[in-house]
Design a binder for this molecule. Structure first.
Ligand SMILES: [Zn+2]
Length: 138
């Protein structure tokens, strides 16, 4: 069945209704832009809703993928965190922080608070490989 879900990304102020089919397996499920409900100042110039959705999605995924990569590939900055239900997830070590924002050109700007120079370099290698010229590390 075709469903419509409202998405408010945490990376900008846009509000997007996207469409998906619950008959499709989650791994291959395609989200299709249905309607732009709200357009944030950073994306106000977009006239094509498909392009607009792709940009918002790209920015949101870039932010999430970089965090996921840090959790997987920079073990010295990562701890095991026990959740309320007892399950264990990876999280940034206490005293360190992955802070992010976007600049006027919609580059992902990362502030790696408490990270050692070695850890910062490891993150830079990751972002240079995955998102060349789209991520800045402070
Ligand atoms: Zn936006």
């Amino acid at each position: 069945m075709i469903k419509i879900t409202k998405w408010r990304p945490d990376t900008c102020g846009c509000e997007i209704d996207y469409q998906w089919d619950d008959a499709q397996n989650e791994d291959v499920r395609v989200h299709t832009i249905f309607e732009m409900i709200k357009v944030c100042p950073a994306h106000s110039g977009e006239t094509d809703k498909v392009v607009h959705y792709a940009k918002v999605l790209d920015e949101n995924q870039r932010k999430n993928i970089v965090l996921k990569e840090i959790l997987e590939k920079v073990p010295s900055a990562v701890r095991d965190k026990i959740q309320e239900d007892g399950s264990i997830v990876k999280d940034i070590k206490l005293g360190k922080e992955y802070k992010w924002s976007f600049d006027a050109d919609r580059n992902l700007v990362i502030d790696l608070i408490g990270f050692t120079p070695t850890e910062k370099l490891a993150v830079k290698t990751i972002t240079d490989n995955l998102f060349p010229n789209k991520v800045k590390i402070l």
